[in-house]
Design a protein around this ligand. Structure first.
Ligand SMILES: Nc1nc2c(ncn2[C@@H]2O[C@H](COP(=O)(O)OP(=O)(O)OP(=O)(O)O)[C@@H](O)[C@H]2O)c(=O)[nH]1
Ligand SMILES: [Mg+2]
Length: 450
């Protein structure tokens, strides 16, 4: 099932004409209003041969663009020998049907294009399941349109293209086929959801077992440089590419934040303007780390004139995921490529307290680390401990992993107040039963020395 669908919606090597509609207020979307769509189309493997932008007061309910414009686009596509029209917006199933009838070629909307990219890039079993689920959920209501499309192709093969285009009725084998497809699709959706639920259970256990560590997630617009920053900070080797959606799976690494302790840093899938809702829903589980992070590093491509809009789009998705309240450091990346500091000033003006870095050259990384350390320290707990003066090994470990704020001795014991991460504290208490916890983090006595 999946295969036939993906062949049908895939835009591999096809020639594409891009179509966009501008509605009021006509904000300036740069010199190339369809630049991002073009980039998406290229990522999906299509060759962009032309583009059309129409200004309208409101969208046309039947054709999205006006009927006359649709005919014009068709003529352009004929002239350019294009295979597919890609719309910069989401189309309703009915609009797709109408447009297909006029254009007599494949119509894709923005969500389908993004889903197609995710489908071709998903590598792990889980990412594949998630993408397929999102595709089916988005596609199922559009099945009818797809069927007419398939039948037309079949008709064209038989040499009666014109006849078959107009000849599709509301009843007959076509309609029955749709019913069968729908049932198959619904079965498949149920099956995928079940499989994903099982994977999810496993993950919840994994995430829980890591909860003791301070966890940080890299979030941001696609291509902002999250993976490059992950590599620069942790010395891992995550794939980075000048392509949209290079990363689809969350990858978590240890990051030695200072000599005492490490945190967990996660690299995640990039977001984009109008990310299909079904996709966000499907990737919710993969983004579990992000949802439960103690701190977010929101990576912005500071060299992009669209940085501000991209920042807003990412915040929109974070809101949808319920992450709006997680402490966040705004990281303006690609400082080496920024023409001037206009973007920095925009972000300063918005009081996001941005920090300029270049993941590529390393510029600003020290400042970033210092800023992160500040958050990590805030998150450490202060406790009062007591242990025997002769417990050399335990004492050495405390010195290594905790900040000792106060220390005094009596005849047999060392007493100390330390600041330490919850993870290290749990570990030390488990490894060395000789360490006695005099006050717990919840004990008001702890905050006396704060
Ligand atoms: N000039 C410059 N380029 C950078 C910098 N950081 C990343 N890049 C480039 O930007 C492109 C995207 O980088 P990635 O790290 O793959 O971006 P990402 O945010 O992980 O992207 P996705 O995983 O696709 O969402 C690559 O070509 C990087 O080499 C930087 O500081 N300066
Ligand atoms: Mg990446």
């Amino acid at each position: 099932l999946q295969n036939t669908q993906r062949t049908d919606f895939s835009v591999q090597r096809e020639k594409a004409v891009l179509v966009g509609v501008h509605l009021p207020p006509y904000s300036d979307r740069g010199d190339e209003p369809l630049a991002e769509l073009a980039s998406l189309a290229k990522t999906a493997g299509a060759k962009v041969v032309g583009s059309v932008v129409q200004r309208r007061q409101k969208i046309d309910p039947a054709f999205y663009i006006g009927k006359g414009k649709a005919q014009e686009v068709r003529n352009l596509a004929d002239g350019l020998d294009a295979d597919v029209l890609i719309f910069d917006n989401d189309l309703s199933p009915a609009q797709i049907r109408e447009l297909e009838t006029i254009a007599e070629r494949k119509i894709l909307d923005r969500s389908e294009l993004i889903l197609d990219i995710f489908a071709s890039r998903a590598k792990t079993h889980e990412a594949r399941l998630q993408v397929e689920l999102a595709q089916l959920e988005y596609t199922a209501p559009r099945l009818r349109g797809m069927w007419t499309h398939l039948e037309r192709i079949a008709g064209a093969g038989g040499g009666t293209a014109a006849g078959s285009v107009g000849g599709i009725g509301t009843r007959g084998p076509g309609e029955r086929q749709i019913e069968i497809d729908r049932r198959l699709v619904n079965d498949r959706i149920a099956h995928l959801k079940k499989q994903l639920r099982q994977i999810d259970k496993r993950r919840v256990r994994e995430v829980k077992s890591r909860q003791d560590f301070f966890s940080i997630s890299l979030v941001g617009y696609t291509n902002a440089g999250k993976s490059t920053l992950m590599n620069a900070l942790t010395g891992t080797d995550v794939l980075t590419e000048d392509k949209l959606f290079a990363t689809l799976d969350t990858k978590t690494s240890k990051w030695n934040i200072d000599k005492r302790d490490h945190v967990l840093l996660s690299d995640t899938v990039g977001f984009i303007q109008d990310l299909p809702h079904h996709l966000v829903a499907s990737f919710r589980a993969t983004l579990e780390e992000t949802i439960h992070a103690n701190l977010l590093l929101h990576v912005v491509d500071g060299s992009s004139p669209e940085a501000d809009a991209q920042f807003a789009a990412v915040n929109g998705v974070l809101n949808e995921l319920g992450c709006a309240d997680i402490p966040t450091i705004v990281v303006m990346n690609k400082a080496d490529a920024a023409q001037d500091d206009v973007m920095m000033r925009v972000f300063q003006y918005r009081q996001t307290d941005p920090i300029a870095i270049s993941a590529k050259t390393g510029q600003g990384l020290e400042d970033l680390v210092t800023r992160v350390q500040g958050h990590v320290r805030q998150n450490r707990t202060r406790v009062h401990l007591r242990l025997h003066v002769a417990a050399g090994k335990a004492l050495a470990e405390i010195d290594q992993h905790a900040e000792v704020l106060e220390r005094h001795y009596d005849d047999t014991d060392v007493h100390m107040t330390i600041s330490i991460s919850q993870a290290q504290l749990s570990r030390l208490l488990q490894t060395y039963p000789s360490i006695k916890l005099v006050t717990t983090p919840d004990d008001p006595a702890c905050s006396l020395s704060a």
